[in-house]
Write a protein that binds this ligand. Structure first.
Ligand code: BTN
Length: 326
């Protein structure tokens, strides 16, 4: 893991779970001076971490701020590659833009860009994405699967499956479902969205930028008024605040596992999981595309992730991009 010295120190304290660690022991372990350790602890204090000194025992971490920084995520992380490089920002225009630059500069598979707040969050179809400070998970993962460009939409479905399964394993008070192509809804309201952008050559994907936005610890008032009736958060549905870093780590674990599974064995098993967790398939829906409005029953997705709608006259129509009402 590419952690900075400050993050290594923090991670050491996080895994000590409140037990004291001596300055000398830390200095020896990390190969730096005690003064250097002390300086890093000062910086951490400025970021909101609080340490107390215990006589003859060293420092004890007593207060952890609600942040999704690299050390915090790493303390939950259980992956081979994903999340081993994390770029954390207090504030950024959009994690997608940073991801694009980093991907062009050769950032490795599984690199994460995450921010407490986005001032220019991007949604699908040129919409803006409301990204309130410290409330959600606003992150982009750079994924470099060895697949041809036309298969890229399948990886978006892999991401949706990974997010839903992460929520299901951590929270028990609600059931999240996927709305085609990759919105996550809880009780009919949108809790998360995924935006995938691609860097590609003619025949090869160079990198996919999988942008995941999750309304996590919002109360209703934290949303702009115009979306309060259609948006929700995990905290609202779970009826308690949750640890954002833990959810990030769980998503990265799933995303790495299912991406590898998909690259090795194809789309079949992912398609099955996507359909199992879908809130769209089997329902009567209205799809608004740029050209027309299509009404009918959603019957499934193709291997390309295209939605198939059975019209009242028995025809099956394929929908590549649309807004769906259920
Ligand atoms: C949607 O329209 O449903 C997709 C929303 C995607 C939002 C995420 S937040 C992190 C990443 N950075 C962005 O600017 N957008 C995506």
């Amino acid at each position: 893991m590419n952690l900075s010295m400050k993050d290594k120190i923090l991670q050491r304290f996080l895994s000590a779970k409140g037990e004291p660690i001596s300055g000398q022991q830390l200095a020896d372990e990390l190969g730096i001076s005690r003064t250097a350790i002390w300086k890093h602890l000062q910086t951490l204090q400025e970021e909101g971490y609080e340490f107390v000194t215990i006589k003859k025992k060293g420092y004890r971490l007593v207060e952890v701020p609600d942040r999704v920084d690299a050390a915090k995520i790493s303390s939950f992380l259980n992956t081979k590659r994903f999340g081993h490089a994390i770029h954390y920002f207090e504030e950024i225009d959009s994690t997608q833009s940073v991801a694009q630059q980093l991907a062009r500069q050769g950032a490795e598979d599984g690199t994460v860009i995450i921010a407490e707040e986005q001032t220019g969050g991007k949604g699908r179809m040129q919409r803006t994405w409301h990204s309130a400070k410290g409330k959600g998970i606003w992150m982009t993962i750079i994924v470099r699967p060895n697949i041809p460009p036309h298969q890229a939409p399948q990886l978006t479905l892999v991401a949706a499956v990974s997010v839903v399964l992460a929520m299901k394993s951590l929270y028990k008070n609600f059931i999240p479902v996927i709305k085609w192509p990759n919105d996550i809804l809880i009780n009919g309201k949108k809790c998360a969205g995924i935006l995938t952008e691609m860097l590609a050559e003619m025949d090869r994907v160079e990198g996919l930028l999988i942008g995941i936005g999750i309304n996590t610890n919002h109360e209703l008032d934290d949303f702009p008024e115009d979306i309060q009736s259609i948006a929700t958060s995990i905290a609202i549905e779970e009826k308690q605040k949750v640890d954002r870093a833990q959810l990030v780590a769980e998503i990265l674990k799933n995303l790495e596992y299912y991406t590898d599974e998909y690259v090795a064995h194809g789309f079949k098993s992912i398609k099955k999981l996507w359909e199992e967790h879908s809130g769209t398939i089997g329902k009567r829906i209205k799809a608004t595309t740029i050209r027309e409005i299509i009404e009918g029953q959603a019957v499934g997705i193709t291997d390309e992730g295209v939605l198939e709608i059975l019209l009242d006259d028995g025809q099956v129509k394929k929908v590549y991009s649309a807004d769906i009402e259920i």
